[in-house]
Design a protein around this ligand. Structure first.
Ligand code: C2E
Ligand code: MG
Ligand code: MG
Ligand code: MG
Length: 282
């Protein structure tokens, strides 16, 4: 009987897995044409100084509107694009589009996420260089966001590439800090100018002493290494208050602004001071 039941379960899983595999396969096939079909778009999310609420930059976030499936989140399609290699062309498109937009905007910095697959390519620094040249964006207005996981596969080569990019005058941020492996070793070796503290820590700030203690330690680390610390995923004024009080440099999150198409991202830039007043009035 037990055997029978497990047989049924196995069969059920099998069917689910087949379906998931089919779905991935079809997404993978369609990704090849996403650029040509004009289905990719960038949204921009504002980053501000925690204390003065001045805009320090915008992060470009990729959006894919599939013609039949609708909006597919990057957490789903980026890993598939990495697997298929499509991320190289897509990543190039993202970088070029973000740099062009930044040139039109004026003086703010633009932060662009890059995948480990891109960094692992021998010609990556060269393509960053030519995109900067082609779009006319000054290198010091570009920041590349890289997760630790992206640096793991081939550390020696990744370090080489990152150093080349750094030498161009482009700055490098470590993304989702605290969720990867061997953070300290990575901080020690790579020329990061910004730590982006993962949003899971930000979310714990107003209820979890441990999250606050970790923030405290990361801020101390940032200060002594001369690295800017940005808290991701700020959603409430309570979180923002703690971040300011602890001396966090920069903030990003729904409270300050959602990722939006470029026109509205610029317009929606409500100041934090304004938000605080609104909260006080409520
Ligand atoms: P990420 O780089 O850590 O980006 C932050 C994610 O958190 C974004 O999700 C953003 O929309 C979301 N977020 C921002 N503020 C808040 C908040 O206050 N609360 C909550 N709950 N979430 C917030 P998104 O846009 O879905 O992107 C997910 C991930 O996909 C990114 O994480 C990044 O790793 C990857 N990604 C996005 N665009 C690109 C790209 O152009 N290239 C590559 N390689 N990866 C990308
Ligand atoms: Mg990012
Ligand atoms: Mg992040
Ligand atoms: Mg992330």
């Amino acid at each position: 009987r037990a055997k029978n039941r497990s047989g049924v379960t196995a069969c059920f899983y099998r069917k689910e897995m087949d379906e998931a595999a089919r779905e991935r396969k079809s997404i993978r096939a369609d990704l090849q044409y996403a650029i040509a079909r004009g289905e990719l778009k960038l949204h921009y999310q504002v980053q501000t100084s925690a204390l003065t609420d001045e805009v320090t930059g915008y992060e470009a976030l990729l959006r894919w509107t599939h013609r039949t499936r609708g909006l597919i989140p990057p957490d789903i399609f980026i890993p598939i694009a990495e697997e298929s290699g499509a991320i190289v062309e897509i990543g190039d498109w993202v970088l070029r589009t973000a740099c062009k937009t930044a040139v039109q905007w004026g003086r703010d910095k633009i932060a662009v996420n890059v995948s480990g697959v891109q960094i692992a390519r021998a010609d990556f620094a060269e393509s960053v260089h030519s995109i900067l040249y082609e779009t006319g964006l000054p290198p010091n207005r570009l920041e590349l966001e890289i997760t630790e996981t992206a640096l793991i596969a081939d550390k020696v080569r990744a370090l080489h590439t990152i150093r080349q990019i750094h030498a161009l005058g482009v700055s490098i941020a470590i993304d989702d800090f605290g969720t990867g492996y061997s953070s300290m070793q990575t901080l020690r070796t790579f020329p990061f100018s910004k730590i982006k503290l993962d949003r899971s820590f930000t979310h714990g700030l107003d209820r979890e002493p441990a999250a606050k203690a970790i923030l405290h330690a990361v801020l101390a680390l940032g200060k002594s290494l001369g690295i800017t610390v940005l808290a991701e995923g700020v959603e409430t004024l309570a979180q923002l208050d703690i971040l300011r009080h602890e001396g966090c440099d920069e903030v990003q999150g729904y409270l300050l602004g959602r990722p939006e198409p470029r026109e509205s991202a610029l317009a929606a830039n409500i100041s934090v001071a304004q938000l605080s007043r609104l909260a006080g009035a409520a």
